[in-house]
Design a protein. Structure first.
Lengths: 304, 252
């Protein structure tokens, strides 16, 4: 598979404390890659290393097949747009003037300013000073600046931070559109799982500086294999029957939790429990939410 | 390089840097006019030496504050707007530092040149006896531009370092006081040598004798200290390299 971003053993430490440890990112082309992790997990540090804003203490990074080094960094980044943490802007300049500065530095045609303003729906506010913008507008201005030069890769660090629900929705829609409409790969970080669930095709989860999961979003959902909850009158009898049938049951407050079983085995087990005097009165299917998976991945890595 | 240079000027739109310079220039002009309003015939005969001598002191007081404000105007926008993490993905950090230094340096040269122009015009209006001597112009430029560039570098680093611009501005005011005090010490005094703001007085090129009986000052040429000039040039080169290195090394 073609990866637009690939890292190998990417690490960063500050004064002996490792904040990013051997991260091997693999971001496929033309997709939305959600980079998730709790606050302080190392998301921003990793993204900043990709942009060369901070120096890595180990490992390598490739963008679009080219290995990044201090000499070719700017050349590679010419094809990249970024929005890291809070939006960047010159408050005394208008939105358009801000974009003109980026356009001049990126050597892109003048008409692109109008195009990106239209894309982020800021045409009407373009002549207002940036310091007078709301946070959502500043974020959109940042996004417009990142989109100048028709980048192949967009690196967005928590782009919806501090936005109201409608602002979040707008940015989310825009991010989802980019790979389809313009073939742009979006590497977006967030600590909000629900957000990633709605945007990402691929996800990477980082915790304590280590990448603990990386695959398609569907693969993450597969971790949420359903479980069965048995509600019985006689738990001791039920456990004995389960043991005899080599089914591992876990006692919980609500009942006995079983791993997901096929329909045949479930029917067989239900019959055995009824016949064996366990007093089976209900079988519930329990789906693990994405939130639960995230917590189990980040909170108890050993359980993976 | 031209693109980066162009964007620096685009960023300066509405920053009113020209107005800042004009305000300081106007204050300096008013100060010199006040001095000249008291001038006798003898003083006007040697008007250029007289005003150069006074202007060196006025600049020692005003330039550190002006430079602190200038550096703040040019650099704090990058800190306040979190723009470094955007700009540094398109422009080399070292180049950005160079552009800020060059822009400030150009403003400084324009300011000192404007002072010289005003001095020349004033000389014609008041009818100074002797013409303006080219070496005085050269010494004045060397004295004010080199020392000011070192101070500007220091102010640039402070403005980039602190989000709260009160700290660099306070450093500028502190420099103004140190500079003023330095004129009360002899050339051999350590006070003039250890503080960069005292180097204006080290590079003075006009001396004066005060006759208590006649209450008249006479002015004479002094060769500026070559050792002091060497020190300032070393500080300028070292300050530039160190400042640039620190700026490039600093992670965003």
């Amino acid at each position: 598979m073609e990866y637009i971003v690939e890292t190998k053993g990417l690490s960063k430490s500050y004064g002996g404390k490792q904040v990013v440890k051997d991260v091997d990112l693999k971001v496929p082309d033309a997709c939305v890659y959600g980079f998730m992790g709790p606050n302080g997990a190392g998301k921003s540090t990793t993204l900043k290393m990709l942009l060369g804003l901070i120096r890595s203490t180990g490992g390598q990074a490739w963008i679009d097949g080219k290995e990044m080094n201090p000499k070719n960094r700017l050349e590679i980044l010419r094809e990249t747009g970024s929005l890291i943490e809070s939006p960047s802007y010159y408050g005394h300049l208008t939105g358009r003037e801000n974009l003109e500065i980026v356009r001049t530095l990126k050597k892109t045609p003048e008409k692109e300013v109008d195009q990106v303003l239209k894309l982020v729906r800021m045409e009407r506010q373009q002549n207002k000073k940036a310091r007078e913008y709301s946070l959502g507008m500043k974020q959109r201005l940042g996004l417009a600046a990142a989109l100048l030069g028709r980048p192949r890769l967009l690196i967005l660090d928590e782009p919806t931070n501090g936005l109201d629900p409608s602002g979040i929705q707008e940015i989310r829609e825009l991010i989802c559109e980019l790979p389809k409409r313009m073939g742009i790969t979006v590497l977006v970080s967030s600590h909000l799982l629900s957000e990633m669930d709605q945007m990402a095709d691929y996800v990477g989860i980082i915790n304590h500086g280590q990448l603990i999961f990386q695959d398609k979003l569907d693969a993450l959902h597969e971790h949420s294999k359903s479980k069965l909850l048995l509600r019985v009158m006689n738990r001791t009898a039920a456990l004995k029957i389960l043991e005899s049938r080599q089914v591992e049951g876990k006692m919980t407050e609500e009942g006995i939790l079983l791993p997901g079983l096929s329909d045949d085995r479930t029917a067989d087990l239900a019959a055995a429990l009824s016949a064996g005097g366990a007093g089976l009165y209900r079988i519930e299917e329990r789906q693990k939410s994405l939130e639960d998976i995230f917590l189990s991945l980040t909170g108890r890595r050993g359980s993976l | 390089m031209l693109r980066e240079w162009k964007t620096e000027w685009m960023k300066l739109r509405r920053r009113k840097v020209g107005l800042l310079l004009l305000a300081f220039l106007g204050f300096t002009f008013a100060w010199c006019s006040w001095i000249l309003s008291d001038a006798g015939v003898e003083e006007l005969m040697d008007g250029y030496r007289w005003i150069f001598s006074n202007l060196s002191i006025i600049n020692t007081i005003l330039l550190p504050t002006l430079l602190a404000m200038l550096a703040s105007r040019l650099c704090d926008m990058e800190i306040k707007g979190n723009t470094l993490k955007l700009i540094c993905t398109m422009e080399k950090k070292g180049r950005l530092f160079d552009m800020k230094f060059l822009t400030g340096g150009l403003y400084l040269v324009l300011y000192v040149s404007a002072e010289l122009l005003l001095l020349f015009v004033s000389g014609s209006v008041y009818g100074f006896g002797e013409p303006m001597q080219p070496r005085h112009v050269l010494y004045f430029l060397v004295q004010n531009v080199t020392v000011s560039l070192v101070i500007y570098l220091l102010q640039m680093m402070l403005s980039f370092r602190f989000e709260n611009q009160i700290i660099p501005l306070a450093a500028g005011l502190f420099g103004s006081f140190i500079g003023l005090f330095s004129w009360f010490f002899p050339d051999t005094s350590l006070f003039r040598w250890i503080f960069v703001w005292g180097h204006y007085s080290l590079l003075h090129f006009i001396g004066n004798n005060w006759d208590e009986a006649t209450r008249i000052s006479t002015f004479y040429d002094v060769e500026p200290s070559r050792a002091a000039l060497c020190l300032v040039l070393v500080l300028l080169a070292g300050g530039y390299l160190a400042g640039r290195h620190l700026f490039v090394r600093k992670e965003i």
